[in-house]
Design a protein around this ligand. Structure first.
Ligand code: UTP
Length: 472
């Protein structure tokens, strides 16, 4: 790379990509400010920026495919899985073997800005324990530690952060001594950013000397895994399966062996867990096939007719919603990198603080520009083999998206309590429930105390402590 960039070089580059306005305030900038802006301009991808600008101006479309031919993906339904004892047993064995032999790593995407939740701290720090207020991160790490103890092998935990979440996330882990997990088995890596654009395709300036950028979406994980050498390191360690989840799903059953085993048995490139939608209009993506390729279609892309169409047995045709719990074959991810397969870019029209043409700071009250993201599920398009399995919402899906209402801290704590209460119930402990089936008392079980109901039953002493149901 060229070592010293002169103003003329910067101008040439920007003119070539139609972004000359980025130097409008050059004359007013201090030396350090010029350096900062220069670094960012040098980093702009000359091929990509014009493409993104065209996308924003609507002259190209990232997903112009006609969705009317969408077909539902073959899905292993929960009821069929429960009936097929042999398949279950063999899959479980295969998953446990992968864990015992150290063939599994876990990755969490934790780079999102959590705008709907409105918290200024990274979401993983959110205090979610119904009694102890243990954080999402602590809970996730304890689940991994429980697996490590059960299967006698270290499980690498990769945490994708963004510029917005990296510092605080690392500090949180440091302060809490990685929640007891061996520090050398935790890998932080920062996802990339993309510039934000005005509707006329011009890159926005956050300050006169700084380009406005935002994280490149959970799909940015593909580039980030490669860029930071995480994929190579996994391959070197003999890791075969990468279990992927989102930081805000409090019920994630991390790297559960049955799922890993089903994935391995199918020889899948990607696997996905789904849940039956509550109703035709629940806002979950659908896994399907289009022209023979797998895809995840966002809820908003389904027509009214597709959303409500039913099969002869009464179930919705597009009943299965994706909950972003995936297993990836590591060599498949590597093949995407090697084959230079790029995930498409998606636009989100948002309120973006910026400076206007006259250099005045703008704090918009209405959306004024586009953030650009990649989505991990677009990798389905490149997969030859996909395994989709239905799971039980109550056991695996309760995300924290909003400050209140659905998918909020209140519903996540409630669902976590109900999940643990069901274990206690299995152990013969009677808890008070309200008419909606929700436990009236908070319950919390550290995965280090018990990571399965049978383990809990063995460990709990009766009579139970009277007031709270905390096990750790
Ligand atoms: P969401 O799309 O729900 O975004 O991310 P969010 O940032 O959590 O919340 P909003 O939309 O701003 O309110 C789903 C998952 O993907 C991660 C998030 O951290 C979350 O685990 N993610 C999202 C990233 O890691 N990077 C991104 O750029 C976007």
């Amino acid at each position: 790379m060229k070592m010293s960039w002169k103003i003329g070089d910067l101008r040439d580059k920007l003119d070539k990509i139609g972004q000359g306005h980025l130097l409008n305030f050059w004359g007013e900038l201090t030396c350090p400010q010029r350096k900062e802006l220069t670094r960012q301009i040098v980093g702009l991808d000359e091929n990509l920026i014009p493409q993104l600008s065209e996308l924003v101006r609507g002259t190209v479309n990232s997903s112009s495919q006609d969705k009317s031919n969408l077909r539902p993906a073959d899905t292993l339904l929960l009821q069929d899985l429960q009936r097929d004892e042999l398949r279950k047993k063999q899959a479980l064995q295969s998953g446990e073997e992968a864990l015992t032999q150290g063939k599994v790593a876990v990755v969490v995407v934790a780079g999102g800005q959590g705008t709907r939740l409105g918290s200024i701290r990274p979401k993983g720090l959110f205090p979610i324990g119904p009694i102890t207020k243990r954080s999402l991160f602590q809970y996730h790490v304890e689940k991994i530690r429980a697996l490590e103890m059960r299967y006698g092998h270290v499980i690498p935990f990769c945490i994708m952060t963004s510029e917005a979440t990296d510092r605080e996330t690392r500090k949180f882990f440091q302060k809490n001594k990685c929640f007891g997990k061996d520090e050398s088995s935790i890998y932080f890596f920062v996802q990339g950013t993309l510039p934000t654009f005005s509707p006329d395709g011009k890159i926005l300036l956050e300050k006169k000397w700084r380009i406005s950028c935002s994280p490149d979406g959970h799909g940015g994980i593909l580039n980030a895994l490669n860029h930071h050498g995480v994929l190579t390191s996994m391959a070197e360690q003999g890791i075969e399966c990468l279990y992927y989840f989102q930081v805000d799903n409090v019920l994630t059953q991390i790297a559960d062996p049955l799922y890993l085993g089903l994935h391995r048995q199918a020889g899948a490139d990607i696997s996905a867990k789904t849940i039956a939608k509550r109703d035709p209009f629940e806002n979950l993506g659908n896994i399907g096939t289009l022209d023979g390729r797998y895809c995840v279609i966002e809820y908003s892309e389904l027509s009214e007719q597709q959303k409500t169409r039913r099969r002869s047995d009464g179930r919705l045709v597009f009943e299965q919603g994706s909950i972003a719990l995936h297993v990836f074959r590591v060599s498949f991810l590597q093949s995407l990198i090697d084959g230079n397969r790029r995930l498409p870019y998606h636009l989100a029209f948002k309120k973006i603080s910026c400076v206007d043409e006259s250099g005045r700071a703008v704090e918009p009250t209405q959306p004024n520009g586009y953030k650009i993201e990649q989505f991990i599920f677009d990798a389905f398009h490149f997969a030859e083999k996909v395994m989709v399995v239905e799971t039980d919402r109550k056991k695996e899906f309760s995300p924290i998206k909003n400050a209140d209402g659905n998918d909020s801290p209140i519903t996540a704590r409630r669902d976590l309590t109900n999940f643990f209460a069901s274990w206690l119930h299995d152990c013969g402990v009677d808890l008070p429930f309200d008419k909606n089936g929700n436990s009236r008392v908070p319950v919390e079980i550290s995965p280090l105390f018990a990571d399965r109901p049978d383990m809990l039953c063995k460990k709990i002493a009766r009579p139970l402590p009277s007031k709270d149901y905390l096990f750790e």
